[in-house]
Structures are given as C-alpha cells and as structure tokens.
Design a protein around this ligand. Structure first.
Ligand code: GYE
Length: 332
C-alpha cells in the first residue's frame, strides 16, 4: 500500500538497455558487477482497469510482487480501453523496459504493437487474458486461468443443482466485456455443458462489461423483457455483475438465490458475503493473485530460461453451504 505510489513512478528511460545487455552474466561468478546499473529488472505493466473486485485484487498482487529493489515497475491503467493499452505498450517500448507484461482487454488487434515489441527485443508476458494472434512468437508466455473450464464448472454446478427437476430451465447470461478472452471462453465452456441437456435454454445473453452497475442495468432489462416468472437462473461471467443483478432482482420483488438461482465466477469476498446471505448460489473460483507467479516468470524470462507457453492457476468451486466457513480464509 505505502508502496503503491512509488511503484507507479516512472523510471529513467534507457536504464533498461543496460540491464538487457548484461543478461546471462548473473549467478555464475559471484563477483560479477557488470550485469545492471542498479540490479533492478524494469517492467512495464499495462492493466485492464479497475472494473471489478477481481481486478483490484489482481492489481494489488502485481504491485506487491513487482516491488523495488528487485523490480522497477511502470504501471499503467487502461480504463478498459484497448487504445490506452496500445499507447502504454508503445511507451514501454520507447523507454526500453526489460520485460512487458499486460492483461489485454480484448483478444484481437494486437499484432502490430506486439511486432514492435519483438523488433525491439522486449519479451512480452501475457497475464490473466489471452490474445488472438497468428504468430505465437509474439508473446513469451501466458499466465492465467482456464476460462473455458470455469464456464464448464459453472454449468456443471447448475446441472447438479437441477437434478431434481425435469422442467425447462430458462437461463439469462450476463457476459463480460465483449471480445475479451474470459467472456468468449466462459460462454463457450458453459454452453458446451448445458448444450448436452435439453432442459436448459439461454433465453437472453448480453454484456454487463464485468461491472456491478452494468450488471444491474442489464438484469433490469432482462426482467422487464422476460417478466417476473420468466427467468429461472442467472449465469454471470463475474461476481460483480451478479451482485449488481441481485439488487435488480430484489428491486423487482423477487428473492435472489431462491426465485432466481445465481451462479457466477471469480470467488471474491463480495460473492462469499452474498452466498452467506443466501442470495448467490455458487461461485467458481478465478484466482487474481498472480503477482508472485508473474514475478517468477519475469525473473526467468530475464535470465533467458525457456518457459512453457501457458502457465495455469489452480482454482475450485464454492457453494452457499460452505460460504460462512470459507469467508475468513479468503485473501481477496
Ligand atoms: O473474471 C473479471 C475481471 O480477466 C479473469 O476480468 C479476468 C476477469 C474477471 O474484470 O472480474
């Protein structure tokens, strides 16, 4: 926290070149002093924004792990806009950082700027979200969750929870940011599982941009369109949208968690609190605390070690009955 401010400070342009030039010399002789000017690895990190509880926990984790004196972090918040991220990446390239890490707001449109990073010899680590590029050499590795599996897990919970009924189950879906990897993948994973069972139908599906405010607004529209009795289940691509929707459901005079069953993704504190209050039925965990793993990847990239193309984060599914006991253990 007290570190937050200095983390966001810039660093001297050009420092990164000295660092990169000294690669591979560290570790062996013990008296090598030529590797870097001050020993720090300079990292440019472009964050999506601050749209959700997940994201703020992720930012905290990244800043804590990429702290001085080992790292010099240039942190930039894109406010959910791809053009801001592209600008940030270009400024990292111009400043000659050692490593670029970023969480791409959407999947497509990265080829040009990633080529520029490659031409400048700066390795790129994708964190949390993936990109859609034809040339996989444009990034070194991706550290993140398996979003397709998260969508499947949400659907499997729903199938299990609907065991007792043969009646049709009408689902509304609150999608994440249009074109983002988690929205595309969670939708696909969820559909794959419910698609195998004719009872389930997604009657409405729209983006709530991963925010509470939008989640509430879109849920209000769903309720208006489908009527009080027209919706059995809400599947929200993140907890924040589910929490916003819970408000809309209550304002419509319905009981969230009972009249409309709700499953979402992330496993943030707010979701555990909603489960404890009986208003949310289940959340699929998506761990935002990637900082320490990211720091290790950056060390390895910087040391020229080979890395797998994909590093995965482990996570589970939590239900209402376990919310009260789990809550004190939650770290985000
Ligand atoms: O689920 C959502 C956030 O990319 C996994 O982005 C992340 C998603 C997360 O805004 O809450």
């Amino acid at each position: 926290m007290h570190r937050g401010r200095s983390d966001e400070e810039g660093f001297e342009a050009g420092g990164g070149d000295a660092v990169r030039g000294g690669l591979g010399a560290c570790g062996k002789g013990g008296n090598d002093t030529t590797a870097t000017k001050d020993g720090a690895i300079t990292v440019g990190f472009s964050q999506v924004g601050a749209e959700s509880e997940w994201r703020t926990a992720n930012t905290r984790s990244v800043k804590e792990a990429l702290a001085a004196p080992e790292f010099k972090l240039k942190f930039s918040d894109a406010q959910q806009k791809q053009e801001n991220q592209i600008k940030a990446l270009r400024s990292f390239i111009a400043r000659g950082v050692d490593v670029i890490a970023f969480s791409p707001v959407v999947e497509s449109g990265w080829e040009t700027v990633l080529r520029e990073a490659k031409a400048a010899n700066i390795p790129v680590v994708l964190t949390d979200r993936g990109v859609d590029v034809s040339d996989e050499s444009l990034f070194t590795t991706l550290i993140g969750s398996d979003f397709v599996e998260e969508g499947r897990r949400a659907a499997r919970w729903l199938v299990e929870d609907s065991k007792a009924t043969t009646a049709p189950v009408r689902i509304v879906e609150l999608q994440g940011t249009v074109g983002s990897a988690p929205a595309i993948d969670r939708m696909a994973g969820f559909k794959e599982v419910i698609g195998a069972d004719p009872r389930f139908a997604i009657v409405r599906s729209q983006s709530g941009d991963f925010t509470r405010a939008k989640g509430k607004e879109v849920m209000e529209a769903f309720l208006k369109a489908e009527g009080r009795d027209g919706i059995d289940v809400l599947f929200a691509h993140n907890d924040d949208m589910a929490i916003g929707a819970i408000q809309a459901i209550e304002e419509a005079g319905l009981k969230p968690g009972e009249d409309i069953r709700i499953v979402s993704i992330d496993g943030v504190r707010g979701a555990f609190e909603a489960m404890k209050a009986g208003k949310l039925n289940a959340t699929v965990e998506c761990n935002p605390l990637l900082g320490p793993q990211l720091a290790q990847i950056i060390r390895d990239v910087h040391a020229g070690k080979p890395l797998p193309k994909r590093v995965e984060v482990e996570e589970g599914v939590f239900t209402r009955d376990k919310a009260a006991t789990e809550l004190p253990n939650r770290k985000y």
